[in-house]
Design a protein around this ligand. Sequence first.
Ligand code: FES
Ligand SMILES: [Fe+2]
Length: 457
Amino acid sequence: MADVSNICESADEIEQPVVIGPEAYVSPDYAHDEQARLWRKVWLQAGRLEDIPNVGDFVTFDILTDSVIVVRTGADSIDAYYNVCPHRGRRLVDTPPGQRNARGTKNNFICGYHGWTFGIDGKNSYVEHEADWNGSLCGGRADLGTVKVDTWGGWLWINLDPESGPLSEYLDPAARMLEPYQLQNMRPRWRKWVVFECNWKVAMEAFCETYHVNTTHPEFMEFGQFRGWARNQKLHSNIGYEAPKGQEEDSGKLRLGIGDARLSTAEMQNFTWENANTNTTRTLVDVANRLADELPEGTPAAEVSAYWIQTAKAEDAARGVIWPTVDPTHTAQAGTAWQIFPNFQIGHAVNNMLCYQARPYKLGDADHCIFEAAVYELWPEGEAPETEWTYTEPQDWPPVLQQDFNNMAAVQQGMKNVGFRGAQPNPYMERSVASLHMNLAKFMGIGAPRKAEGRND
Ligand code: FES
Ligand SMILES: [Fe+2]
C-alpha cells in the first residue's frame, strides 16, 4: 500500500519542500490515463479570436485523438463541434499536411466520404438518400456533436466535458488578475510549434520558474540578478520577480541592468530582442538605444527606467498604440507569468506577451509533446501582421529557447534513470512545479507531491 499520509493536497503544504515522483513524466500508463481524466475534463486554450473574425471562419484544435472545430456563427457568437462526421466517423475537416491545425472559412461543412453536409450551426442540411433511413435520422442524430466553448483574454477555450463548470470559475483568479492587461487587444508577432522529445509537463516546467535562469541562460546574469517567486493560485500558479525598491518597472522582465543604467538597459534590450525575440517590443528597444544620447551620464537608475518607460509609452501612443495602465501594487501581485492549468502559460505585460502551450503528441506516449510559443504585442489599428503557426525545428528557434530545449530533452532522459529519486523543486522559486502536480493529482488520482523526508512540519 502506498503511504498517503505524506501527500500534499493544499497550497500550504507545497510551501515546504516536496518530492515529485517521475511517473507523471515518463509512465505510458499515466500518459494514457490523462486523456480520460485530464484532457477530456479541463478547459483548454484552443486558438485566438482574431483567427476567426468573420461569420463562417473556423479553426480546428486537436488534443490527442479528439479534434474540435471552433467556428464563428455570428458577430457575437462562437460555437464548437466535435470534428467527426456522425455518419460513419470520418474526420470532417482534415488538417493540411505539416500544419498545426486547419483554418478557413465555410458556409457549411461537407464530409468528403459520402457528402453529408452541416451548416455552421452544426445542423445536418443534406443526406444523400435520406429516405433510406425511414425518418430515423431525427433528434440530432445526423447533426454534429456540440462542444462547450467560451472566450477569455482573446482566446477560444473548449471543454470536452459537457458537465464542466463555467470557464470564468475555472480561470479564477488568473482571469481577474490579468484583466487590467487587456490581453484580448494583443496580436501575434510570431507563432512557432514543434513536436519535441519530452513530456508536455517537462516542457511547461522549463518556463514556469526563474530558478534556472542563472545557469541555463548565464548571459542574463550580466544584467543583474533578481530573486524570483512562485505562488499557487487555486488550479493555477504565477511567478514574478522581486523588483528592487524604487525602481519603476513595468514588470520584472524590463530589467535595468547594472553599471551605467543607460547603457546596460540598451544592451539588455538588444540582447533580448536578438536572442529571444520576446518580452520586449521594437519601441522599447529603440528608446533604450537612445538613452545614452538623451540622458546625462550619471542619471540614477530609477530615473533612467522611468524615462525609458514613459518615452516608449508616449511614442507608442503617438502611433495609436495605447498601453493599459496597471497599478504598481497590482503589477507586483500579478507577477510576470501565469501558468493556466494544466498546459498554458501567459507571460503578460502591458504591451506584449509570450505564451507557451504544450500538449501530448500521441495517446500513451509520455515522451513527446507538441510544444508551441507565440509572442504578441499591441499594434496600431489594422497593422497587425498576418501570422501562421510555423513548424520550426528546435535548432531554428531563438537561441535563448534552444537553451531551454536542451534541458527539456535531457530531463526526459534523466527522469527515466533508475537512480532518479524524484524531482525536488525549490519550495519558493519553483512552487509552480509543485502546484501543477498537486492539482494534476486531483484529476489523475495519483502523482501528488510528497512531503520531503526531513521536513520540519
Ligand atoms: S462518413 Fe461522413 S458522409 Fe459518410
Ligand atoms: Fe529559460
